[in-house]
Write a protein that binds this ligand. Structure first.
Ligand SMILES: Nc1ncnc2c1ncn2[C@@H]1O[C@H](COP(=O)(O)OP(=O)(O)OP(=O)(O)O)[C@@H](O)[C@H]1O
Ligand SMILES: [Mg+2]
Length: 234
């Protein structure tokens, strides 16, 4: 269904540990529609990364349900989860985790290589187009270590988008960048959001970036403290 939310969190809780238990998330409920561009903010340790990891099917909730594209994650086995991640999810982290011995292009092709071995011609074409969109086509054969930090993060964006992922989860994607590179990375994410309808959930400590999204979800002590639309001047 076209209007099935891409993310549904229903009374989600997370407790780490068995002997010594730490409650990290409590009663988290919200939905995200396809095409949203939202920020997740909150103090250090409030549970933002845990929340993103649950949405990304990288971790399992203790209570409640996480649904991606209408599918309840707890109903899927490991293979089903891997398939769902391949179909829906791109990840961007503070540290880009590019493979240093591979070129920019090979890094963008990595999701395809991991999924099924050698990338197809069409996948190569898509990867080159993505690198062009992030302004790095002329660097596609450079090793990932031979480009600047800001360029590396742009390669990471292209990699997250490879395979036309409808949902990108970004955990402090600009946390390691100076203002100029932060703005550039942010603008690229917004460009993919506006032109391709890609949904973005962006964890950030930067209030200026959060204010430039369309929705701010704030997490305090593991609970959703505020969830508000951002008004943009026309
Ligand atoms: N695997 C784990 N085992 C036990 N506790 C954990 C684990 N991962 C996170 N925590 C704890 O859960 C709480 C929330 O951590 P989380 O990383 O989600 O916070 P955060 O909001 O992303 O913080 P930051 O802004 O510093 O990245 C913290 O108290 C953290 O110590
Ligand atoms: Mg974090």
């Amino acid at each position: 269904m076209a209007d099935t939310p891409i993310v549904q969190m229903e009374k989600v809780g997370k407790v780490y540990g068995t002997k010594i238990q730490t409650r990290v998330l409590t009663d988290v409920t919200f939905t995200v529609q396809q095409g949203e561009f939202a920020a997740i903010i909150g103090p250090s340790g409030s549970g933002k990364s845990t929340l993103l990891n649950l949405i990304g099917a990288l971790d399992k909730p203790t209570e409640g349900a996480v649904k991606i594209g209408g599918e309840t994650l707890s109903g899927l086995d490991d293979e089903g989860l891997a398939r769902l991640r391949r179909r829906y999810l791109g990840f961007i982290f503070q540290f880009h985790y590019l493979l240093p011995d591979f070129t920019a292009l090979e890094n963008v092709l990595m999701p395809f290589s991991v999924a099924h071995g050698a990338p197809t011609r069409q996948e190569r074409k898509e990867a080159i187009e993505l690198l062009e969109r992030v302004g790095l086509k002329d660097r596609m054969n450079n090793r990932a270590t031979d480009i600047s930090g800001g360029q590396q993060q742009r390669v990471a964006i292209a990699r997250a988008l490879a395979g036309r992922k409808p949902l990108v989860l970004a955990d402090e994607p600009t946390g390691n960048l100076d203002t100029e590179n932060s703005n550039e990375v942010f603008a690229l994410m917004r460009d993919f959001n506006l032109k391709d309808g890609t949904t973005f959930l962006i964890v950030t400590h930067d209030p200026n970036l959060a204010e430039r999204t369309d929705r701010i979800i704030s997490v305090i002590d593991g609970r959703i403290a505020h969830d508000v639309p951002v008004a943009h001047p026309k």
